[in-house]
Design a protein around this ligand. Sequence first.
Ligand SMILES: NC(=O)c1ccc[n+]([C@@H]2O[C@H](COP(=O)([O-])OP(=O)(O)OC[C@H]3O[C@@H](n4cnc5c(N)ncnc54)[C@H](O)[C@@H]3O)[C@@H](O)[C@H]2O)c1
Ligand SMILES: [Zn+2]
Length: 406
Amino acid sequence: MANIVANTVWQFATASSVKFGRGCRMQLAEQLAIGRWTRPLVVTDTTVGALPAVQELIEALRSRASHLTLFDACVAEPTVDVAGQACEAGRAAQADCVIGIGGGSNLDVAKIAATVVKHGGKPSDFFGFDQIPGPVLPMFALPTTAGTGSEVSHSAVLTDTRQSIKVSSLSRWLRPTGAFVDPALTDSCPPTVTAHSGVDALVHAIEAYTNRDFSEMVDVDPQARAYEGSYPLTRLLAAEAIRLVGRSLVTAYQQPTSRTARDDMAFAAMLAGMAFSNSGVGMVHALEYPIGALTHCGHGEGNGLLLPHVMRYNLPVRIREFCDIALWLGADVAGLSQRQTAERAIEKIEELLRLVGIRTRLRELGMSRESISELAAKSFTIRRLMDVNPQTPRLSDLEDILHSAF
Ligand SMILES: NC(=O)c1ccc[n+]([C@@H]2O[C@H](COP(=O)([O-])OP(=O)(O)OC[C@H]3O[C@@H](n4cnc5c(N)ncnc54)[C@H](O)[C@@H]3O)[C@@H](O)[C@H]2O)c1
Ligand SMILES: [Zn+2]
């Protein structure tokens, strides 16, 4: 690692507490008892709610909490309306804490419910950076995919179907009170979910590792700075996440019963979440948000498809970092120049994406070439993500990237 430069201050935050390990989900009931929370709102979806490992947990919670309310109407890539329904359920039940069980979609709806039940209003009142006035209801996050890192992150992402755009709330108050990362919950993920969510974790780690350095972020207004830029602690976390994804994503995809691979991926996703929710995701996410809202592709697949194209754009200013990534992904770089090694990182990622079945062309998602300029314009407005990208793009750069991925 490069020398530590301490002239500029960075800060780090994550969930208030983290438990990690097979079976740790069953310790949640005890945690509720310690906090004297008796009216939990459980937010999930019908697929996840039907998993034996989840039913066992909900039964245990029911036996300890006097008034458990189950909201199981979440959907993947959740809409603002679905989040509004979860808020209503929590309000009607006078919930005193919220438990999110599921992939990032359910965890994000749980965060919004914890916010609205505490502060009143509606989900859209809290969109944007730092719009939540104070602590939300205690919120516990149990991820069932190894991907988003929402269990430790400060954001919640919803889809606004009317304007066909993804909307986010980002706030220090959205970091869960407790993350219960139990890899056993991910054992049942079908290969496509494993692939998409695992690729999302990889993109989080790569963007966190390669984003602008925190010391260069002085030109971004601190009041509007949702992310710190890359710094030593986030680079450490991201590096380990990239290494673990390189080691285990393909195995988790091809051999869903491999516990070792599932454990690696659950850990990798959490580390990547710790990294990106401080240093930031970047241009890949900025480009994916409008595409995901338009085509309804999975967030991780859209990100994976775009990643090599954005890396090619960033390559001239991130040679050293891409060389690191090539090594962590186990690329054979013998005899290659630095530039060639950096390019090998991108090729290695393309190989990995192919192995886990990620589509490679935007047109395969059902998008038209004519929509590119409008999509690029929408991405261009997501300043918090453009501000941390290693190169500040012009609108035409975004259009070029989308054309190359089309
Ligand atoms: N808040 C954040 O920090 C953050 C970060 C990245 C992405 N996101 C958001 O998270 C969402 C994507 O989340 P995701 O990739 O985890 O997928 P997901 O939550 O959308 O789940 C995808 C599908 O997998 C199913 N599923 C989940 N776990 C399962 C299991 N163990 N067994 C069987 N089926 C299971 C779900 O029922 C769902 O149908 C997007 O909306 C994205 O924008 C949020
Ligand atoms: Zn993501």
